[in-house]
Write a protein that binds this ligand. Structure first.
Ligand code: 15L
Length: 262
């Protein structure tokens, strides 16, 4: 049974929701971020660290059975920034986890690994990746690195292709991609606790009527409770743009048009 967990990126939106949602569930939750955090409550430890400090990252893994790796630049950015903030840090986490004898890493991947699929197409974890950004490429890298560490070193790895984490959906796209906070907490809990995961890639999305992604996470015991459709009447559908814009036609939305090289 996993009872000591490290969360990277603990000061971010998802990190803070998990901190509150997982409180009391594990004997220890160690909360790591480069940004300041609220002081530790009983059963918590707070660590302030840049994940590119490899020695520090190694020390932060001490005694931990599972790592939830959320820390990342969460959007498109210049290539070198993505390498620094997402590629190198993710290597630092997997390598430190291996050296420290961590059993499982839950990696926060993203739907932007498949952002160039058309809206309405149903995509599963076994379909080829079609990243929409350098950001999406960095998440595909993290999944591939997880596969390497699973196959070569026997690390258990769950990659969550997270949709749109938000209190509630506010755009037409989010009627398909929304992940509610309570479903997110359930999904991460299942990803930490499920037996015999080996290596898995699953979509992190609520039970949205209009979802585009297969419910691969059911194998972890995930049973989402929320459906973005509840909010559909409050979300205006803008008139189609002429000429049509790829951001409206493809799953990645505005990410497919983001170009930091311009
Ligand atoms: C993500 O991966 C981003 O980190 C987040 O900022 C949102 O853009 C989300 O995807 C989304 O697709 O809505």
């Amino acid at each position: 049974m996993i009872d000591r967990v490290l969360i990277t990126g603990a000061a971010g939106n998802i990190g803070r929701a998990l901190r509150a949602g997982l409180r009391g569930r594990y004997a220890l939750v160690r909360l790591l971020d480069v940004a300041p955090q609220e002081p530790a409550e009983p059963g918590e430890e707070v660590v302030t660290l840049d994940l590119n400090d490899r020695r520090g990252t190694q020390a932060a893994m001490k005694g931990v059975a599972a790592v939830v790796h959320l820390a990342a630049i969460p959007r498109e950015a210049p290539f070198d920034d993505i390498v620094e903030g997402n590629v190198k840090t993710t290597y630092s986490v997997f390598e430190a986890a291996r050296r420290a004898g961590v059993r499982r890493v839950v990696f926060a991947s993203s739907n932007h690994v498949v952002g160039f699929y058309e809206r309405g197409e149903t995509v599963g974890a076994d379909d080829p990746v079609r990243p929409d950004t350098f950001y999406g490429v960095s998440k595909a890298f993290g999944e591939a690195l997880g596969r390497l560490y699973a196959d070569k070193h026997g690390l258990e790895v769950v990659c969550l292709r997270i949709g749109s984490f938000a209190e509630r959906p506010t755009t037409p796209r989010q009627l398909s991609t929304w992940l509610s906070p309570r479903d997110c907490i359930q999904l991460v809990g299942c990803s930490i606790d499920a037996a015999d995961v080996g290596f898995a890639i699953v979509y992190g999305v609520s039970a949205n009527t209009r979802r585009w992604w297969r419910d691969d996470a059911a194998r972890l015991g995930y049973r989402p409770q929320d459906d973005a459709e509840t909010y559909a009447a409050e979300i205006d559908e803008p008139a189609p743009r002429t000429p049509p814009n790829r951001a409206d036609l493809l799953q990645g939305g505005s990410f497919v048009e983001a170009d930091p090289t311009r």
